[in-house]
Design a protein around this ligand. Structure first.
Ligand code: NAD
Ligand code: UDP
Ligand code: UDP
Length: 343
C-alpha cells in the first residue's frame, strides 16, 4: 500500500489505491474519529481498501488532511472537519473513536481540551452509537495502567495513575472514557469494544510531536544528539502501525466487549532504542542524557495472551523492519520540506 500511495503522490499510479468491491448490503458505513491522524489514517486505508464506506471526522488539531488526501473524491470516502466535543448527527454502522491527541507534549499543551475531547467527545460518540445502534470501538491506552507496578500489564490490572500529575488529563480522560463505554453498554445496551493500545510507531507519525521514535529518527537523520530523558534505563514496547490496525479491526468484529491490550511484547530500554535507531540510520549522532521528565512510567510491556486467545491476533512486523520503513518515510518528508523551502 505504501508504494501505491507514493505513486499517487508522484502522480505516476492510478487515481486511487485499489478498493475491493462489496455489495451495498455488505458495505458497512464506518466512522473514524481522529481519522486524519497517524493511526486513524492507516485504519482508513485498510477499511477503504476492504471496500467499506468510510467517514473521517477530525478537527485537525494534530492530524493532517494530507494523511487522507489520496482518498478525497472517492465515492466511498468522506472527510468532515468537526470537533467531537460538539454533538454529531450522522448515520453509521460502526464507530472507531480515536479522536484525542496522543503524544505527551500534544496532550499537555491544552489539558482542559484533552479532558473535554476524551470525556464530552466520548459521551457524544456513545450518544451517537446509541441513537443509530452502531457498535463503538474506543481507542484507549496503556496509560490507563499509569506507572505500573505489575509486569507485563494484563487487562485485569487496575493501574497506578497519579490523578493530579502532568499526564492525568490524558490518563484519567481515557479511564473515565472507558467507564462511560461500560455505563452505556450496561444502561443503554450500546455494543462497545475497548482497545488498550501500547506505544505504536510508523509512517505518518508527526515528525515533531515529541514522541521518542520520531525524535530519535529525526535527530539521527539530522546528525543531532539523540535526547534520552533520564538514564535511559526505563523501557517501552513498540508495535508497528499495521499490526495495530489489524488488531483494531479484529477486535471491532469480534464478540469481545471487555478491554483488550494491543501491543508488541518486545521490550527495550530507551537507551537501547537510541542505539538501534542510530545504527539503522547509519548516523554518527551522540547520545545526550537530559533531565528526567516527571511521572514518566518506568516500564511498559503488554500482556497479549487475551488478544492471542480471543482474536487470534499478535504482532508480526519485526522492530527493525518497521523502523526501516519509518526511517524511509522521515527521510522523504525531510526531502519534501527541503524542496518546498528551496528559494
Ligand atoms: P494523532 O494525534 O496522530 O491522531 C489523533 C487525531 O485526533 C488527530 O487527527 C487529531 O486532529 C484528532 N483530534 C484530536 N482532538 C479532536 C477533537 N476534539 N475532535 C476531532 N478530532 C480530534 O494520534 P494517534 O497516535 O493516531 O492516536 C490515535 C488514538 O490512539 C488516540 O485516541 C490515542 O490516544 C490512541 N493511542 C495511540 C497510541 C500511539 O502510540 N500512537 C498509544 C495509545 C493510544
Ligand atoms: N449525541 C450526538 N449525536 C447523536 C446522538 C447524541 O452527538 O446522534 C450527543 C448528545 O448531544 C448528547 C450525548 O451525545 O450530548 C449523549 O447522548 P444521550 O442520548 O445519551 O444523552 P442525552 O441527550 O439524553 O443527554
Ligand atoms: N523519551 C526520551 N527522549 C525523547 C522523547 C521521549 O528519552 O526525546 C522517553 C520518554 O521520557 C519516555 C519514552 O521515551 O520514557 C517514551 O516516550 P513517548 O513520549 O514516546 O511515549 P510515552 O510512552 O511516554 O507516552
Amino acid at each position: 500500500l505504501w508504494d501505491k500511495i507514493h505513486e499517487l503522490e508522484l502522480g505516476t499510479g492510478p487515481k486511487y489505491p485499489p478498493v475491493k468491491f462489496l455489495s451495498e448490503k455488505d458495505r458497512k458505513r464506518i466512522l473514524i474519529t481522529g481519522g486524519a491522524g497517524f493511526v486513524g489514517s492507516h485504519l482508513a486505508d485498510k477499511l477503504m481498501m476492504d471496500g467499506y464506506e468510510v467517514t473521517v471526522v477530525d478537527n485537525f488539531f494534530t492530524g493532517r488532511r494530507r494523511n487522507v488526501d489520496h482518498w478525497l473524491g472517492h465515492g466511498n470516502f468522506e472527510l468532515i472537519n468537526h470537533d467531537v466535543v460538539e454533538p454529531l448527527f450522522i448515520e453509521v454502522d460502526q464507530i472507531y473513536h480515536l479522536a484525542s491527541p496522543a503524544s505527551p507534549p500534544n496532550y499537555m499543551y491544552n489539558p482542559i481540551k484533552t479532558l473535554k475531547t476524551n470525556t464530552i467527545g466520548t459521551l457524544n460518540m456513545l450518544g451517537l452509537a446509541k441513537r443509530v445502534g452502531a457498535r463503538l470501538l474506543f481507542a484507549s491506552t496503556s496509560e490507563v495502567y499509569g506507572d505500573p507496578e505489575q509486569h507485563p500489564q494484563p487487562e485485569s490490572y487496575w493501574g497506578n495513575v497519579n490523578p493530579i500529575g502532568p499526564r492525568a488529563c490524558y490518563d484519567e480522560g481515557k479511564r473515565v472514557a472507558e467507564t462511560m463505554c461500560y455505563a452505556y453498554q450496561k444502561q443503554e445496551g450500546v455494543d462497545v469494544r475497548v482497545a488498550r493500545i501500547f506505544n505504536t510507531f510508523g509512517p505518518r507519525m508527526h515528525m515533531d510531536d515529541g514522541r521518542v521514535v520520531s525524535n530519535f529518527i529525526l535527530q539521527a537523520l539530522q546528525g543531532q544528539p539523540l535526547t534520552v530523558y533520564g538514564s535511559g534505563s526505563h523501557t517501552r514496547s513498540f508495535q508497528y502501525v499495521s499490526d495495530l490496525v489489524n488488531g483494531l479491526v479484529a477486535l471491532m468484529n469480534s464478540n469481545v466487549s471487555s478491554p483488550v491490550n494491543l501491543g508488541n511484547p518486545e521490550e527495550h530500554s530507551i537507551m537501547e532504542f537510541a542505539t538501534i535507531i542510530r545504527d539503522l540510520v547509519g548516523s554518527k549522532s551522540r547520545i545526550a542524557n537530559l533531565p528526567e521528565v516527571p511521572d514518566d512510567p518506568q516500564r511498559r510491556n503488554p500482556a497479549i495472551e487475551k488478544a492471542e486467545r480471543l482474536l487470534g491476533w499478535r504482532p508480526v512486523v519485526p522492530l527493525h523492519e518497521g523502523l526501516n520503513r519509518t526511517i524511509a518515510y522521515f527521510r522523504r518528508e525531510l526531502q519534501l520540506q527541503a524542496d518546498e523551502y528551496r528559494p
